[in-house]
Structure formats: C-alpha cells, structure tokens
Design a protein around this ligand. Structure first.
Ligand code: ZN
Length: 252
C-alpha cells in the first residue's frame, strides 16, 4: 500500500461564498482528523461540528481521481491515515467489484498497510461507479425518492454503528463516498458511542437486511439518513471542488 502525505496545502478549494453558520477552514479539519488518530476521546460533540467544511485542493484532486478511475464501473477504495502529525492517503486505490469491495481485499490491504508503516487508519474514501448511480437514480425516480441526498449503503455505515470497544477491524471516524460528481462525508461524533444499538443488528448482514427491508417498505425512507439520525453521525455533501455543507438532520 502506497501511503503519501496529502491534504497539506492550506488553501482550500471552494466555490460559493455564502456560507451559513460556522465554517471550518482546512487547517482545522486537518488538525481534528489527525487528533482522532490518538483515539475516540478526541471526538467532538454532534453540536460542535461546523455547518461548512473546507477541504484542500489536493483532497479534491484525490476525489476526482477516484471518480475518473471508477468510470470503468468498478468501485474503488482508499484509506485515510495519520502518521507523524501528517494526514496520509493511500494513492494506489483498491479495485473492487461493480457494487462492493470484497472484505478479503480490504483486510489484505489493511495488513499490508500496517506492515512497516506507523500509519493509523482513521477512515476511508470509496466510490460508487457512475453506472450504479444512474441505476439508483432510475430506481429513485420510480420510487419517487426525489429527496435522496446522501449515498451510503447500510453496509457502508455499519462500521459507524459498532462501538470502539467491540470493533477491532479498523476505527472508522470518517467515510467519504464519491458518486458521479458528488461526494458525501460521514463523521462519527462523541454521541455515536452512546447511541441505542438494537442487539439484533450487531452483525453486518443483519444490519444490512434490516435497513434494506425498511427502504422497501417505505418509499420515502432514505436508510443512510435514518442511520445517521439513529447513530448520531454528521453528514456533509458537495460536488467535487466545492465546500462541504452539513446535511440538516434531526438526531434522535
Ligand atoms: Zn458504498
């Protein structure tokens, strides 16, 4: 796994000048993410997250590189890590299948990434290829789910629902998904640990089928947004190249 320092440039890329509420400049974002590599005690409260997050130009370049790579119809995955007060990214993306990244590939990549590096994993970026996005739009129109704003599958969000004390795979503080030109960021909060967890949904398979069934039963339900509400996650979205805006959610 080829990790390189990224996201170093302090001048964020962002269009749109009207930002409602508090904005985190890129340097704040960077410092916060690096602090998470020391452990969940550094997570901030759901109420302390800003309305707008600025990412660096290099970060947007990585997102765009992933968007372009995924035009072959296959998902890509990359790990974000921290090492020596630097934020790092895996530049050689893991290549998955059209609708998933096999977990064998992921665990192999983690094993290789940990070997010989001091990198602490803090999260992932992965893509949903354009072909799939188009299919989802058609599906969404058919279901009249016109307000579908986020893009995570229940499986993508599963690691956020598991407590740090019981989840040993890798700590997921943040996840980003690239879908076409759009990007959604999910961040864990202090309150995620204390969210009510249904004991029947502790396995990923059970969690996935529970939420997929709920979506089937209710055409207006967006499982990603409901999972964020229940597990006290914060979501941001933007087009690649823009500042990320917080998606308003009423947390339980
Ligand atoms: Zn996904």
């Amino acid at each position: 796994m080829n990790f390189s320092e990224i996201f170093r440039d302090i001048f964020p890329l962002g269009v749109g000048t009207k930002h409602e509420g508090i904005t985190w400049e890129y340097e704040q974002v960077r410092e916060y993410l690096i602090s998470l590599s020391s452990g969940p005690q550094n997570l901030i409260s759901i109420n302390d997250y800003p309305q707008v997050i600025k990412l660096s130009r290099h970060w947007h370049e990585i997102l765009d590189k992933m968007r372009r790579a995924s035009q072959d119809g296959l998902e890509r995955l990359s790990f974000i890590g921290a090492r020596d007060d630097k934020l790092t990214v895996q530049e050689d993306f893991i290549i998955g299948e059209p609708h998933r990244i096999p977990s064998k590939l992921v665990s192999e990549a983690i094993r290789r990434g940990r070997r010989g590096t001091e990198t602490e994993f803090i999260g992932t970026i992965h893509s949903h290829p354009r072909k799939r996005l188009e299919r989802d739009i058609l599906w969404g129109l058919w279901k009249e789910r016109i307000h579908h704003v986020a893009g995570f599958s229940p499986k993508d969000l599963y690691p956020f629902t598991v407590s740090f004390s019981s989840y040993r795979f890798y700590p997921e503080y943040l996840a980003m998904v690239v879908e076409g030109n759009g990007v959604v960021l999910s961040l864990r909060t202090q309150e995620t640990e204390t969210a009510q967890i249904n004991p029947e949904l502790v396995s990923q398979v059970a969690f996935d089928s529970y939420w997929r069934q709920k979506e089937k039963n209710d055409i207006h339900l967006n499982s990603d947004l409901e999972i964020a509400k229940r597990h006290n996650l914060v979501f941001y979205r933007a087009n690649i190249g823009e500042c990320l805006s917080r998606i308003p959610l009423t947390h339980n």
